[in-house]
Design a protein around this ligand. Sequence first.
Ligand code: C5P
Length: 220
Amino acid sequence: MIIAVDGYSSCGKSTLAKDLAQALDFTYIDSGAMYRAVTLYGLRNGVTVGKEEDIIPLLDNIKITFDKDAEGKQIILLNGEDVSKEIRGMEVSRSVSYYAKIKEVRCFLVAQQRNYAKNGSIVMDGRDIGTVVFPDAELKIFLTANQSIRAQRRYDEMRAKGKDVSMEEILENLRERDYIDENRKESPLRKASDAVVLDNSQLNRQEQLDVVLQKVHEIR
Ligand code: C5P
């Protein structure tokens, strides 16, 4: 079974997807982390802002894998190095949507994302999972939440990790990424016609999980 969770930046997609994977014993794949890892590689290897397409000839040098740390938490490896923390920083957040616009980057990652479904049931979150990566997914959730609530959640998360960011910076980054993700030519962020819309602005973590688990039980 494939569950696709799509939606805007910072609306809790990964929390929901991780909780679902745990409850159902599925594999969780964070597709956004893969775009972030490609971006980090570009930033570290001389791709300059505004010339993101220079990443194209470098794609063959990038190997992205997922693993678990000592506590069982999922980590992402870029050519064997754990970059889970670094990809969440503002530098990557500011650039990632420019890399994600590039057709070759998307083809490179979508092929790998489809491979994960060959080994069993998965929950994948992102922007184009229900529309492009897995158009036949058995369950598609399109998650939304009020923008100021999303910004507050991201701010609290970054602060809890000790990152020095302002609310303005976060809000600006969310707006910019949402705009680019919705308006790009390649696989723009869209609700799949058969996706279930879930606005979690007023739901807590357990409540949103319960709503989706109910849907899973209805179709299983
Ligand atoms: O999910 P996350 O916010 O970490 O994703 C970072 C960025 O990666 C998004 O803003 C978007 O530009 C890109 N992305 C994408 N398609 C996906 C997942 C993420 O374009 N399936």
